[in-house]
Design a protein around this ligand. Structure first.
Ligand SMILES: NC(=O)c1ccc[n+]([C@@H]2O[C@H](COP(=O)([O-])OP(=O)(O)OC[C@H]3O[C@@H](n4cnc5c(N)ncnc54)[C@H](OP(=O)(O)O)[C@@H]3O)[C@@H](O)[C@H]2O)c1
Length: 273
C-alpha cells in the first residue's frame, strides 16, 4: 500500500517540502507520496484527527503549529523534548511520536564545512521557535556565549534563561545595536523572518568581516539582503536552504529508515528557487 506523508501548517501552499520528499521517494523507488495540508491556527485537533483517519504515515509540522503539536504527541524524542517544539511526527497505528530535526538540520552545513563551534561566540538575531532549536544546537556544540538580539526583549530574555539552563552564557543586545557589535562574533545567525521575500536586512552588516560566519536561515530568496551584504564584506556564508535540506533529510531518514538521497533532494530544491 502506498504510504502517505504530509506537511501541515498555514500558509502551506508555497512549501517546498512536497517537492523535496517526492523527489527522494521517486529517486529511491519507494512507494510513498507527500502532500501539503493546510491546517489553520486553532484547528489543529481536528486536522490531526483527519490525518489519523487517512492513516498518514508521518508528517512535518511548520508555522504556526510546531509548539502546539507537542500536546498531541504520545511519545517525544529527547531533542524534541528539550527544544519544546516538533517538526517531524511518526504515526504508529494512531500513536504519534514527535521529533525535532531543525536542530541537526541547522548544524549539518556547519559540520559539512568542518567549522568548529567549541568556545565560539554567537550573535543570534531572533528569539522565536527556530532560534530555540538553534540555541540547543549551539549548546550541544559547546559554544562559549550566545548574544540574543530580538525586536521583543521579553522573548529574548526567555531565550537567554533557556540558554543558561543548558549551561551556555547568554546576554541581550538591542536589535538596533546588533550591527555595531556583530564583528566581535564568530557566528552571526539570522533566525528572524526579516529578509523573507523582500530586501530587508535584520541588522546592519557594517562591522562584519572576512572572519565572520554569516548564517541566514531565511531561504527565500536564496541570496537575502543579509547574505548579499555580508558577502561583500568577505564573510563565510551559510544559506537557509542548507538547513531546509538538512532537516528534510533527517525527517526522511526517520520515516523510511533509509539514507536520504542528498543530490536528488538538493537539485529539486534549488530548481524550485
Ligand atoms: N531554513 C530552514 O530550514 C528554516 C527552519 C525554520 C524556520 N526558518 C525560517 O526562520 C524564520 C523564523 O521562523 P520561526 O519558526 O522562529 O518563527 P517565529 O517563532 O514566528 O519567530 C519569528 C522571529 O522573527 C522576528 N521578527 C518577525 N518580524 C520581524 C520584524 N519585522 N522585525 C524584527 N524581527 C522580526 C520575531 O521577533 P519578535 O519576537 O519581536 O516577534 C521572532 O524573533 C522564518 O522565516 C522561517 O521561515 C527556516
Amino acid at each position: 500500500m502506498t504510504k502517505t506523508y504530509a506537511v501541515i501548517g498555514d500558509p502551506i501552499d508555497h512549501s517546498l517540502s512536497p517537492a523535496i520528499h517526492n523527489a527522494a521517494f521517486g529517486f529511491l523507488g519507494i512507494d510513498c507520496t507527500y502532500i501539503a495540508y493546510r491546517i489553520p491556527k486553532g484547528e489543529l485537533a481536528y486536522g490531526i484527527e483527519a490525518l489519523k483517519k487517512i492513516q498518514i504515515s508521518g508528517f512535518n509540522v511548520t508555522i504556526p503549529h510546531k509548539v502546539d503539536m507537542m500536546k498531541f504527541l504520545d511519545e517525544i524524542d529527547e531533542n524534541c523534548k528539550t527544544i519544546g517544539a516538533t517538526n517531524t511526527v511518526v504515526n504508529n497505528n494512531g500513536s504519534l511520536k514527535g521529533y525535532n530535526t531543525d536542530m541537526d538540520g541547522f548544524l549539518d552545513p556547519v559540520k559539512k564545512r568542518n567549522i568548529d563551534c567549541k568556545d565560539s561566540d554567537v550573535l543570534l538575531v531572533g528569539a522565536g521557535g527556530a532560534a530555540r532549536a538553534i540555541v540547543v544546537g549551539f549548546a550541544k556544540e559547546k559554544v562559549r556565549k550566545i548574544t540574543i538580539a530580538n525586536r521583543t526583549k521579553e522573548r529574548a530574555d526567555e531565550l537567554i534563561k533557556f540558554a543558561n539552563s543548558l549551561g551556555v552564557q547568554s546576554d541581550y543586545s538591542d536589535l538596533s545595536n546588533a550591527g555595531n557589535i556583530a564583528g566581535k562574533y564568530k557566528f552571526i545567525v539570522n533566525a528572524t523572518s526579516v529578509g523573507l521575500k523582500g530586501n530587508a536586512c535584520p541588522i546592519s552588516t557594517r562591522s562584519i568581516t572576512k572572519d565572520s560566519i554569516v548564517y541566514d536561515i531565511v531561504y527565500m530568496p536564496v541570496e537575502t539582503e543579509l547574505i548579499e551584504q555580508s558577502k561583500k564584506q568577505g564573510a563565510t556564508i551559510i544559506y537557509g536552504w542548507e538547513m531546509l535540506l538538512g532537516q528534510a533529510m533527517r525527517s526522511f531518514g526517520i520515516w523510511t529508515g533509509r539514507e536520504a538521497p542528498y543530490q536528488a533532494m538538493k537539485l529539486t530544491l534549488l530548481g524550485r528557487f
